[in-house]
Design a protein around this ligand. Sequence first.
Ligand code: CMP
Length: 389
Amino acid sequence: MPEDVPRVTLRRRVFELIDHGSTDLPSRLVDGFLIALIVVNVVATVLDSVPDLATRYEAAYSALELVSVGIFTAEYLLRLWCAPEHVLHGRLGAWRSRFAAATRPSLLIDLAAIAPVYVALLTPLDLRVLLVLRLLRFLKLARYSPGLATLIEAIVAERRALGACVVILLGGVLFAASLMHYAEADAQPDKFGTIPDAMYWAFITLTTVGYGDVVPVTPLGKAIASLSAMLGIVSLALPVGILASTFAEEIRRRDFVVTMTMVAKVPLFAELSASEIGAIMRHLQARTVEPGEAIVRKGEPATAMFFITGGNAEVDLGARTVRLGPGDFFGEMGLLAKRPRNATVFAATPMRLLALEGDDLRYLMSQTPKMAAQIQRVAERRAEAAGSG
Ligand code: CMP
């Protein structure tokens, strides 16, 4: 229907504006505004719990709350409305894609950030509870923070190892509590009289917190407590180490969050399905580059190729330079021919790149022949240009 056309374009434009994957100025301003609003909200909520400040600035708090809820609600509704534009929902109908978007973590967090206010309007909700629930708005920052998003990814990636650590800790708690119950039940029946009672002590000791409100008094109890404390350090060091190394590795790999929209904007990936794009995302590493920086140097061994998602690059071919922009890629020739780089590529402006390592490229090319053929074609054309130039 022709009358549908302007609406779709408007929806697309709104999507680009509020989607975090877009890097143009207006959408960066929208991101910046929303981040500032979230931070102001969180700070105001914390200060609102100080009685003096709460009474002095009551009117300002109410105004801020009203405006924020209005903006966050509009943001939530707009995200739902634009959901069909997301690559993830490319093949779903409008309403099914909105439903799919509504059940994804990011929109569930957005809903949790505003829902308590509406619930409070309908039912008498304790004001303290409302205050604490308002802090859920902090989680909205996960959309913009590579660190927070990476931490969540690290936890998800290491879920099996972390699960094993929890099992070890629970086992330790169970043994320590049973032994302490055996050693201390007679001396302190109120604290170690049952295994569940003793478990409180075991948790506080094994997690190395050690409040000191429940302590062993018998020699056997003290010996068990010493061993438990040592076991606690070992079983806690394990998950901390796992998480810290995965987190550090991930954070070193990426300068910004790679979103599906960002990947889908590279024409080469445009025809792939959402699940194929999802698979590729796992292999792409995000990089920002300053103007003038050489991204690949002529003669160096080729280890990765690059997709441009923002800014411009210049390929120095000696006699002439070729300018590449968003959606273009480079560094494929060295990888495909297993030869050193045949040109130096500089960043002409601040750039955002997605890097794909050689092994990952070969794997992806074997999985998606159509994409493989396209990359080959571009590399051959460039090689011909070099030959004739
Ligand atoms: P590679 O040889 O790995 O590193 C330098 C890159 O410059 C090369 O891959 C190509 O991606 C790119 N390149 C080489 N020649 C041209 C050209 N004529 N036009 C555009 N890009 C080129």
